[in-house]
Design a binder for this molecule. Structure first.
Ligand SMILES: [Zn+2]
Ligand SMILES: [Zn+2]
Length: 274
């Protein structure tokens, strides 16, 4: 069955080449085309480097950004994505990438958002001191295929993609230097891949109508733990079932695990294997 968006076009608000990751996902799952309006100032909604603070939480920022693109293009459909990077919420000493993508349909009167939190990121920073491991940092950051940001005193240089450029900056720096990974998508292939993955997830969700109200956007809203131990029957931390929900009408349905697993092993049980 052709999707309700087959042949339609959505505005994608980005200055960082995200169409490369998002357009194929939307075309494949929905038959939806993407245009990127020129001359959008999405940096007014906040930058990673902090010169412009984000005025609102991620979802609101993504919504504002999508609306900016829809207004510029004069289209009722819009897409935008936002990323934020920091310590992993569950795993100490690991960095995490939090990506959010929103799809707005003004004709239908709804929006659909998908998020993902992943440890697949090069997000990191280094204070360049005499005993700092510069080479180790550059390798972990994926430099030069992934760009860096240089900060020293009041100076900030973004989008550094060559060793010559970096060395020249380091040589003439008089104040302490801090290097950071540049998280803008077009300069960070790891992030671009994460955005592509999230776009496919969002597109699949938009392609799935709610069984109650018929609007697009039915999908997993949360996973409930408590898969029972096959030995003693105690609930474990493993996922027992998935809850699917509609972001428009709030309808929810409980579905079994996709792998149809119904029990946990004693090795995974806090009672049998404390
Ligand atoms: Zn058990
Ligand atoms: Zn619904």
């Amino acid at each position: 069955m052709a999707s309700r968006y087959h042949g339609a076009v959505a505005a994608l608000a980005t200055r960082h080449g995200k169409a490369r990751a998002i357009a194929p996902a939307m075309a494949e799952a929905l038959g939806l085309g993407i245009i990127v309006p020129a001359a959008l100032d999405t940096d007014s909604l906040g930058t990673f480097t902090g010169e412009v603070p984000r005025p609102a939480p991620m979802r609101e920022t993504a919504r504002l950004k999508a609306r900016m693109g829809m207004t510029a293009a004069g289209l009722p459909l819009g897409i935008a994505s936002e990323g934020s990077f920091g310590p992993h919420p569950a795993i100490p000493f690991l960095a995490a990438a939090h990506e959010l993508m929103i799809f707005i349909d003004d004709a239908g009167g709804f929006e659909i958002a998908e998020e993902q939190i992943s440890a697949e990121t090069n997000f990191a920073a280094l204070e360049v001191t005499p005993d700092a491991d510069l080479e180790g940092f550059l390798a972990r950051a994926g430099f030069p295929s992934h760009a860096l940001i240089f900060r020293s005193g009041g100076e900030i240089v973004k989008g550094i993609v060559s060793r010559e450029h970096l060395d020249a900056l380091l040589r003439r720096a008089e104040e302490p230097v801090r290097l950071e990974t540049d998280m803008r998508a077009h300069l960070n292939p790891t992030r671009m891949a994460a955005i592509g993955k999230l776009a496919r997830k969002l597109a699949r969700r938009v392609a799935t109508p709610c069984p109650a109200c018929g609007r697009p956007g039915f999908g997993v809203v949360r996973a409930e733990p408590g898969l029972a131990c096959e030995e003693c029957g105690a609930p474990t931390g493993l996922v027992r079932q998935l809850v699917f929900g509609c972001q428009s009408c709030g309808h929810e349905e409980i579905r079994p695990r996709p792998d149809a697993r119904q029990t946990a092993t004693p090795a995974e049980c806090p009672e049998c294997n404390p």
